[in-house]
Design a protein around this ligand. Structure first.
Ligand SMILES: [Cu+2]
Length: 225
């Protein structure tokens, strides 16, 4: 695996990094092959005294293969990338593993509101805990998020989880993640949404079950005690 600067803090972070690494390796391979051929030919066919330049019109089928064979090879590599990409896409975006917890993610210009389900594990009940710009989840939990926007297009991104999901006004977008490292990680809006877009930051705090229960208890609404 290629070295990453960000921790791989979710269950699928490694899959996303693998895809990026795969594309990088293939593109790098092609780059070096093309450069080697290019400079090889420059040296091999350089001007020599008494040797006339040859005019190649490209109509000879043997010459055409210099175009068609690399073309087929590129297509084969495209299919390889596609197969791996679809596999990862299906796992991250299509499959929805059973939830241990559900959170609400509400974007608006230019802040985030998070709704935690509280002790009952259900949203839209009296013990919901709402926070601004700080999301709390339990390590190892499959967390479903129900994302929405109050105004314009936003995008919910947690780089350390390799998670990115557009949030569309008038629609609830459901997704999931499973945090596998405790700690505090950045959340950033990654859809240009106005003058305050760059400041539309928040953080996710991944806690041990004990820490999470304690946090919920201290922040639960008075009525739910
Ligand atoms: Cu935004």
């Amino acid at each position: 695996m290629p070295t990453t600067f960000l921790p791989q803090a979710s269950s699928y972070a490694g899959d996303i990094d693998f895809l990026i690494g795969l594309v990088a390796v293939i593109v790098m391979g092609w780059f070096f092959a093309a450069q080697a051929l290019f400079f090889g030919f420059i040296i091999k066919f350089r001007a020599k005294p008494g040797k006339k330049a040859m005019y190649i019109d490209g109509l000879n089928p043997l010459h055409k293969r210099w175009v068609s064979y690399p073309h087929y090879a590129v297509l084969i590599f495209d299919v390889i990338i596609l197969v791996f990409a679809l596999k990862v896409w299906t796992h991250v975006k299509i499959e929805l593993p059973p939830a241990n917890d559900t959170v609400g993610v509400v974007a608006q210009r230019w802040s985030w509101t998070f709704v935690h389900s509280g002790a009952d594990g259900k949203l839209d009940t009296d013990d919901d805990v709402k926070t601004a710009d700080e999301l709390h989840v339990k390590v190892g939990d499959v967390v479903h998020f129900e994302g929405s926007s109050r105004d314009v297009l936003h995008s919910f991104s947690i780089p350390a989880f390799r998670l990115k999901q557009d949030l569309i006004p008038g629609r609830i977008t459901t997704g999931w993640f499973k945090a596998e490292q405790t700690g505090t990680f950045d959340i950033q809006c990654v859809e240009i949404c106005g003058i305050g877009h760059g400041m539309m930051v928040a953080r996710v705090v991944v806690e041990t079950p004990e820490q999470h229960t304690a946090w919920l208890a201290t922040n639960a609404p008075a009525a739910a005690h």
